[in-house]
Design a protein around this ligand. Structure first.
Ligand SMILES: [Mn+2]
Length: 234
């Protein structure tokens, strides 16, 4: 029997993802491992998490793109100082830059992309370019944010796949199950203390347990729908 293991938003929490991977026993010969994106920003070890993703991708894991990887790629690709500053000061990019060895004061004084030439960082940007916007199976779609309820996933702009929230949560009515991250499940449960995966009646499964905000990091196992979780409180 082969399993599909799906892991949600990591956001630099290397210790948590390592603890979670230790709890599951993946046989890359027959099992499938899927990461839903948001490896970076806010948490302490974005660089290390990206290195781990590269390593696991080489072993056969599917690493999808999150909106945070999309932001990082775009602020390093396009010359827009305001966007760079927004990533660093609002979107959690500061923690990502720190993980590559830049000090808080250096970052404060250098809010533009040209100041960051670290080799590993640029290698990771090339890795981020290879991330898939979604992964579709016969009966399930895996995606960071969600799908446009009125469009075929293949025709949906990447921006929407990575950013969509309520419009998808409330109106999705397709036949395929959608497994997604991006929106902390406490929001979907409307209960700030409930970080467990959200199984919607409209075949949507949200698994971002908000680990970086003190919630949980989940691994959803398919087809059983078993959930394996870790948190910082353990
Ligand atoms: Mn996220």
């Amino acid at each position: 029997m082969s399993n599909t293991y799906v892991i949600g938003d990591i956001h630099g929490e290397l210790t948590l993802v390592n603890a979670l991977l230790q709890k599951i026993h993946i046989d890359f010969q027959k099992d499938r491992l899927i990461f839903l994106g948001d490896y970076i920003d806010r948490g302490p070890a974005s660089k290390e998490v990206l290195s781990l993703m590269e390593e696991l991708q080489q072993k056969g894991a599917y690493c999808l793109m999150g909106n945070h990887e999309h932001i990082m790629l775009s602020v390093f690709t396009h010359a827009n100082a305001r966007k760079f500053e927004h990533w660093v000061t609002v979107a959690g990019g500061r923690a990502t830059l720190e993980s590559y060895g830049y000090s808080p004061s250096y970052i404060e004084e250098h809010l533009f992309k040209e100041a960051y030439t670290d080799e590993t960082l640029h290698k990771h940007l090339r890795f981020i370019e290879t991330l898939l916007p979604y992964f579709e199976k016969e009966d399930t779609i895996f995606v960071h944010g969600g799908v446009d309820p009125e469009k075929d996933v293949k025709e949906t702009p990447v921006d929407q796949l990575l950013w969509i929230r309520e419009e998808f949560h409330l109106n999705y009515h397709g036949t395929k199950t959608i497994v997604f991250g991006h929106t902390p499940t406490s929001i979907l449960h409307k209960d700030k203390n409930n970080h467990s995966p959200y199984f919607g009646e409209n075949r949507i499964i949200g698994i971002d347990g908000g680990a970086v905000f003190g919630g949980q990091l989940h691994c959803l196992v398919l087809p059983s729908k078993q959930v394996i979780s870790v948190s910082k409180k353990e």
